[in-house]
Design a protein around this ligand. Structure first.
Ligand code: PDD
Length: 284
């Protein structure tokens, strides 16, 4: 089945959708991106993703290549031109193409690409047994709040997780606080409270993270945004969040079970509530 991509003002068959070899995204990872879920034609928190894209662009001094309304229309059009009802739409903006020089010139036209692929669904085994993680000392840069396309550390982290037969690698700061995963945020249940690292330069402000916090508070679960460690005595559950996973229990870490080693009641309840919220969106 032929997929369609948007590249700099044109919709093209994916196979022939290309950018210049001197694009700064290719040569310097000088760009930012977003991944948005579309469920049954309804985009999940598209406004929040577009706000974050705007913040990422501003942080590195790239102007959006078009108005927010136009960008939204292009995102919807890319989704429409591809065959997936439940899709993950990828949007990437780089500073543009120019002869290679670290200092960018000011007259560049940003490159905009948009693709739409099938939204992956966690397999039954992941849902019944939970995901597994490893921990790694954080060796990423110090602006993880920017959704940068410079993802080499995340690629290396994922490779190491895969090598150890795990699903995700989670980054630890110098004091062993758990920050986030290579492409996910992470929460723990500690003494009955849902805990996650506060928003700062060491984590990405995940849109699903924000949704989970809202759903948990609405369900009467206490939430604390504070540094936390896996070794905390009353830790009873862990769970990860991302656009592509919604919320998923994490039941093994570094080869050992997290508490009982099975999906816990809080993660199970929150996943049900989040999927319900998504179903309502599908029907709206
Ligand atoms: N990753 N932290 C990191 C480092 C991420 O790359 C992501 C998303 C998240 C979760 O953010 P959100 O809930 O907004 O998806 C947290 C995307 C899905 C990716 O790179 O494919």
């Amino acid at each position: 089945m032929s997929l369609v991509a948007y590249v700099n003002n044109r919709f093209l068959p994916l196979e022939s959708a290309t950018v210049h070899i001197e694009d700064r995204g290719f040569q310097f990872a000088d760009g930012v991106y977003e991944v948005v879920a579309c469920i049954g034609g309804c985009f999940l928190d598209l406004d929040l993703h577009l706000d974050r894209l705007q913040r990422s662009c501003s942080a590195i001094g790239i102007a959006l290549p078009c108005s927010g309304d136009k960008l939204e229309a292009l995102i919807r059009e890319t989704w429409k031109r591809n065959p997936y009802t439940d899709a993950m739409v990828y949007i990437q903006i780089t500073r543009g193409a120019a002869p290679r020089s670290h200092l960018p010139s000011e007259s560049m036209h940003p490159t905009l690409i948009i693709t739409s692929r099938e939204l992956p669904k966690p397999g039954d085994e992941k849902l019944t047994q939970g995901a597994s993680g490893i921990t790694l000392r954080d060796f990423r840069w110090k602006r993880c709040d920017i959704k940068s396309i410079a993802l080499l550390a995340s690629v290396m982290g994922k490779q190491e997780a895969h090598r150890q037969d795990a699903d995700e690698a989670f980054w630890l700061d110098e004091d062993d606080h758990v920050l986030e995963g290579c492409s996910t945020n992470i929460f723990a249940v500690i003494d009955g409270t849902l805990v996650t690292h506060p928003l700062d330069h060491q984590v990405l402000g995940g849109i699903t993270r924000r949704m989970l916090i809202r759903i948990a508070r609405d369900a009467g679960i206490e939430v604390a945004e504070r540094p936390w460690k896996l070794a905390e005595a009353t830790l009873s559950e862990c769970m990860l969040t991302s656009t592509t996973n919604a919320v998923l229990p994490v039941c093994h870490m570094d080869g050992s079970p997290v508490a009982s080693g099975a999906p816990g009641p809080v993660a199970t309840q929150l996943r049900t509530l989040m999927l319900q919220a998504m179903d309502e969106l599908r029907q709206s």
